[in-house]
Design a protein around this ligand. Structure first.
Ligand code: IMP
Length: 200
């Protein structure tokens, strides 16, 4: 039976790490489904040039097939010394079929000669909220930091083991989930989205 005291939304992703983080950040008042409830929905080509473009593409692809709120997350890591790369290509940095180990190895290789402040970067997250086939609002969050010279930590996912948020000496992969969410790009964007949905 559906619990009517909870808000329900679809996170338009097949990335289990994103689903886990969104569930952890939103907490018990929400039922967060993901694209496992729409197994036939085709993969969206992320052809946008910005996180916002891609978040909208993903939200618009799923929304007509889901009754209620759809939230899509497009996110990634920007590194100043690489002109903002990997950016929107964060998941495909080392090639369309590359895994995250290859993406991290390529990032370290490209930054081999880069020192100190030059290793500055940030995670960005844009969330697009859609309903009835239309994007209603977008929300964004970012966190500044530095790229480590080698991987550290075993928590998190993606580039977490290479990212030290400003003011810390640990990577996101050395944080607990709650510590990461309290300052992460996704935590910040989602706090705004949740506040928006609550006041409706
Ligand atoms: P997309 O949003 O599906 O294009 O993929 C985002 C990619 O950015 C992920 O596959 C990760 O490589 C990276 N990314 C996004 N958010 C995080 C995060 O919180 N930690 C580490 N890597 C992330």
């Amino acid at each position: 039976m559906t619990d009517v005291s909870k808000q329900r939304l679809l996170l338009a992703t097949r990335n289990a790490h994103k689903t886990r983080e969104v569930r952890e950040i939103l907490g018990g008042g929400w039922i967060v489904e993901d694209l496992s409830v729409l197994p036939g929905l085709a993969e969206v080509e992320e052809t946008g040039e910005t996180f916002e473009d891609n978040a909208k593409l993903k939200a618009l692809a799923a929304s007509p097939h889901y009754e209620g709120w759809v939230l899509a997350d497009d996110s990634g890591l920007e590194v100043d010394a690489l002109g903002g790369a990997p950016g929107v290509r964060s998941a495909r940095f080392a090639g369309d079929n590359a895994d995250m180990a290859a993406n991290r190895a390529l990032l370290l290789e490209k930054l081999r000669e880069v020192r100190g402040q030059e290793r500055r970067g940030r995670f960005r997250c844009v969330l697009a909220l859609a309903k009835d086939g239309e994007v209603v609002r977008t929300f964004s969050g970012s966190v500044e930091g530095f790229i480590t010279p080698a991987e550290r930590g075993s928590g998190g996912f993606g580039y977490d083991s290479l990212f030290i948020p400003e003011g810390s000496c640990r990577t996101f992969a050395e944080f607990t989930s709650q510590q990461k969410h309290s300052c992460s790009h996704r935590g910040r964007a989602l706090a705004q989205a949740a506040a928006f949905l609550r006041q409706l």
